[in-house]
Ligand binder design. Structure first.
Ligand SMILES: *[C@@H]1O[C@H](CO)[C@@H](O)[C@H](O)[C@H]1NC(C)=O
Ligand SMILES: *[C@@H]1O[C@H](CO)[C@@H](O)[C@H](O)[C@H]1NC(C)=O
Ligand SMILES: *[C@@H]1O[C@H](CO)[C@@H](O)[C@H](O)[C@H]1NC(C)=O
Length: 460
């Protein structure tokens, strides 16, 4: 049973920045698709990579529960406080609004007291497992930009799997396992995201960090997106340029953060003790007060606007692309194969616009430059090697711009913009590394901060 959520008929969450400025002083986070510039031929459009703003994606999902009748209250049922088997005067009754706990309450406004939450029936059929699948569907590919956070109103489950789908729910892959005892529950060694690295970032782990019973105060489970970004962008995500560069060139990494659906598989409720108290099974159930999912529509860097219309998300494609994800060229614009936009060169990226088909020739617009990708750069024409436009790529620390795609860095530095000390990356800087670090106030770094990290250092 789908619970359709009619939140807004047409929620436009990005206002297109003024496109009229001749050449904006500061480029946002790929937040415009085109600007007008002046050349000897007069005013022309300059096209660039662009993406919608990151936003609260729970407003646009459909939720489905399996089994469908697992929500408590039909028939009415009393349940006990988790920590106190003798406090059983709580009631769940689906037909009384004040006593009902429907799934919508996982996505409503938080901050009320007491908080509102979805609750399952109790474990009265023990020892048959009490299991629930909660499926969140967007019917659209989205890119996660922040941690998934699930708040449990009762204890956090003893066993749970977070899964994702990239094909609208046809196939599923695990995203992360959660258990009080990973070895026992899933035959996996417990790990934390902090044990991962750039090279193992895509590993699927089982964590015990979030599964201690109701004896601890914390109610929250994370799926750590930011910690994974930080392997590329550094602590506090100061160097988004480097992350964007990696996302551009590594499809697997891009896909890792992309989903059409998420599924929370609750496998065993919090028990909190070694044995299940069979005399008080009304102590055991699931209750979730909040689920946070932040992300953006995936538009292949061809749109800044994603609209919610008729309970459907769609990219408003530019660059003469079309499709829900701007995944193909418009009719009559198939003069070269479709390709996604590129984050490189930073900060404008490359639009890779679709050009008119051969039959409908005009000259392709002058500003449709295609930038070579990083691997093709190694074999690129040496005569081109120093075609450089420092407006586009601000190499730091004495790096020189190469083909507008990459900075060639002095030996001590690395990163897309030579912004990182090599020893820092290797974790082998001496105690004076603070002094050796790039000066915080250098114009290039200030600009980069303005471009990539506006208000909060986490802005993505
Ligand atoms: C949840 O989904 C899994 C995978 O499809 C399935 O095996 C399981 O039976 C489902 N559980 C419930 C309670 O529907
Ligand atoms: C797309 O096509 C329209 C209509 O021909 C044209 O005006 C526009 O400039 C094109 N845009 C791009 C990005 O090529
Ligand atoms: C990048 O360049 C390599 C080497 O020329 C080429 O094989 C590959 O297809 C290119 N990738 C894209 C996405 O253009």
């Amino acid at each position: 049973m789908y619970l359709s959520r009619f939140l807004s008929i047409h929620a436009l969450w990005v206002t297109v920045s003024s496109l009229m400025q001749p050449y904006p002083l500061v480029w946002g986070h790929y937040d415009v698709c085109k600007t007008q510039i002046y050349t000897e031929e007069g005013k022309v459009w300059d096209y660039m990579a662009c993406q919608p703003e990151s936003t609260d994606m729970t407003k646009y999902l459909k939720v489905k529960l399996d089994p469908p009748d697992i929500t408590c209250g039909d028939p009415p049922e009393s349940f006990c406080a988790m920590g106190n088997p003798y406090m059983c005067n709580n009631e769940c009754d689906a037909s009384t609004p004040e006593l009902a706990h429907p799934p919508e309450l996982m996505f409503d406004f938080e901050g009320r007291h007491p908080s509102t939450f979805w609750q399952s029936a109790t474990w009265k059929e023990y020892p048959k497992p009490l299991q629930v699948n909660i499926t969140l569907s967007w019917s659209k590919t989205i890119e996660l930009t922040d941690n998934i956070v699930i708040t449990f109103e009762s204890g956090r489950p003893d066993q749970m799997i977070l899964e994702k789908s990239l094909d609208y729910g046809r196939t599923w892959q695990p995203y992360q396992y959660y258990a009080t005892d990973c070895l026992d529950a899933f035959h996996m060694d417990p790990k934390s995201v902090k044990d991962l690295s750039q090279h193992t970032v895509l590993e699927i782990i089982c964590t015990e960090e979030y599964s201690t019973g109701y004896t601890t105060n914390s109610k929250i489970i994370h799926f750590e997106i930011k910690d994974r970004f930080a392997f590329f962008a550094g602590p506090r995500l100061r160097n988004m340029a480097s992350l964007y560069g990696q996302l551009d060139t590594t499809k697997k990494l891009r896909d890792f953060f992309t989903v059409t659906d998420l599924r929370i598989r609750l496998l065993r409720p919090a028990v909190g003790e070694i044995f299940v108290d069979e005399l008080h099974l009304a102590r055991y159930f699931y209750a979730i007060s909040d689920i946070k999912v932040r992300g953006r529509c995936k538009c292949n860097l061809h749109a800044t606007v994603c609209v919610y219309d008729n309970s459907k998300l769609t990219c408003e494609c530019e660059h003469n692309t079309t499709g829900p994800d701007c995944g193909k060229c418009k009719k009559n614009y198939q003069g070269r194969p479709w390709s996604p936009g590129s984050y490189l060169p930073i900060p404008k990226g490359t639009a890779n616009t679709c050009i008119p088909s051969i039959s409908s020739i005009g000259n392709p617009p002058k500003f449709n430059r295609i930038w070579p990708n990083i691997s093709s750069l190694e074999v690129s024409n040496p005569k081109q090697a120093n075609v450089c436009d420092n407006e586009l790529l601000h190499c730091q620390n004495g790096g020189t711009c190469h083909n507008n795609v990459r900075c060639l860095c002095p030996a001590a530095y690395t990163g897309i913009l030579c912004e990182k000390l090599r020893c820092e990356e290797a974790g082998s800087c001496g105690s004076d590394s603070g002094q050796a670090a790039p000066p915080q106030g250098s114009p290039a770094l200030l600009l980069l901060t303005a471009l990539l990290g506006t208000a909060s250092p986490w802005a993505f």
